[in-house]
Design a protein around this ligand. Sequence first.
Ligand code: ZN
Length: 216
Amino acid sequence: MSSITHHIPDELLIAYASGSLEQAFSLVLAAHISMCDECRARLGAHEAVGGAMLENACGTEAGMALSADLKARLLDALDDPVEPAPPAYHRSGVFPGPVMEALGGLPPKWKPLGMGVRQSILSHGKGGSVRLLYIPSGQAVPDHGHNGLELTLVLQGAFHDETGRFGVGDVEIADSDLEHTPVAEEGAACICLAATNAALRFRSFIPRLLQPVFRI
Ligand SMILES: [Zn+2]
């Protein structure tokens, strides 16, 4: 999709390629990569570099400590594509294959958050959470900051906030320094896939009160 302007930074692609990225973030990356030729190509390059580095390490004296069997298994693992092949789930409507997989092939179960905003939690645990958000056109998501990192991938429509505009396929990366108020653009409702590795901090009292209820 050539209209994508906000991509995945290298640090996250490398963490993803090496399998060290939190599961919630991995889903956002898998979904973006399924929509973005550029990031798919960059991921392939990182995987190739990772494999070459391992080959070199095995040629050195220190690397000799690696048994031939372990080396073979590591290289084999690196050769495995990160995306499941063949994909278990295909894109359905605005939802990419990896999201359909997280949904178990079923439509999202939307829960109202107020002001027409809805969410569907895909997974929630100690290490983070990932959810679908539905934001009616023109509607703002309550002002919030982050204790950790938040990745948001637009699946339908568009939103803008203090940092810029995000359309279909774009990824916003918000860290604990950013207090932002995303607003959905006029037109189609904005549907996003959002992952966090820590609870969001809402500035107003009521959302904070509801935080344990809605697990946001
Ligand atoms: Zn990209």
